[in-house]
Ligand binder design. Sequence first.
Ligand SMILES: [Zn+2]
Ligand SMILES: [Zn+2]
Length: 372
Amino acid sequence: MQQAPLIWTNVLLFSITTLVAVIGVPWYALTVGFGWFEISATILCLGYCGMSITAGYHRLWAHKTYDAHPLLQWLFAIGGAFALQNSALHWSADHRVHHKHVDNNDKDPYSAGRGFWYSHIGWMLRDYPGVEKPDYNNCRDLQKNRIVMWQHRNYLCLAIATNFGIPLLLGLISGNILGMLLLAGVLRLVLSHHFTFFINSLAHIWGSQPYTEQNSARDNGVLALLTYGEGYHNFHHIFESDYRNGIKWYQFDPTKWLIKTASWVGLTRNLRTVPEERIAQARAKMQLQRAMAKVKQRPNAEQLLRLLEQEYELLLARMQDYYQVKKQLLQQRRQQLVAQYQAVDFKQSYREFKQHLQQQQQHWQRLIGAFS
Ligand SMILES: [Zn+2]
Ligand SMILES: [Zn+2]
């Protein structure tokens, strides 16, 4: 069978940057060496690129899990071009298809069903037949966003300006232009690329499936370390409207932390989360299915299955009671808090009005005194 034609721009881009990262960077490290400034600046650039993709492209634009201040959106738009992963509009169009048709080898643009290589990078190297060119019809909302559209129109200029301009500027500051171009330019780009690509490849192959087996997405704490929290991909595929990927406090999700912290200073708003009860139900349902599959092998399977089902129903009922009361308790606390604020406000007003009256009374007495 004839191979699909290569997309030479991408092949050359990935090959040249990889070669420089694998040969040029170690050669320079051994012969000249990198200083702390170069290393720290590269880590910062890597984080900026990565988070622009995870917090910006992915959770803000592709999934609309929160609203962001224009300032933050500009930062993500520039950081996304620096990460060199196409425009936010194009990226989101592909990603929305990935979620809608996950694992469908004909429709999912980076279907894990076609293997590690294909889902990691192969899908970008060849012009595969049948893969639809995105017409952005699934991103009409983003087409109304002037920052997204500005980035889309100027993507190439922005990508060149950031990928050469930022390392060059850092090189001028440190006095080591070649070192900075190699480290913050090339190595940062290669690492940033592969860290994101892992989400499409490894996060659909390696890890656990605590919430659903309907698709190949996995939760993987190790991948979360490299992907700014996106490693909790099983949770993400079932609850894609949630701004979090790692929902437990101990799960490494710096993208979630960034979005949450930004909300304290008004840079993000309307952070969407899935009700706790739905998450607990999904987990329990998965556990039930797994237990049932195991129990079926046992001699007294029928009896055990009945027991499992009974206990599961009871668990769901208890969950419903608990989350209902929890919701009411939270509502009550909120009302109490509002009442407390109102009481403080009221006391404040009382003090102000009292002061105004006293002033006016003094004024009045003086006036009366003048006429008596
Ligand atoms: Zn997603
Ligand atoms: Zn996925």
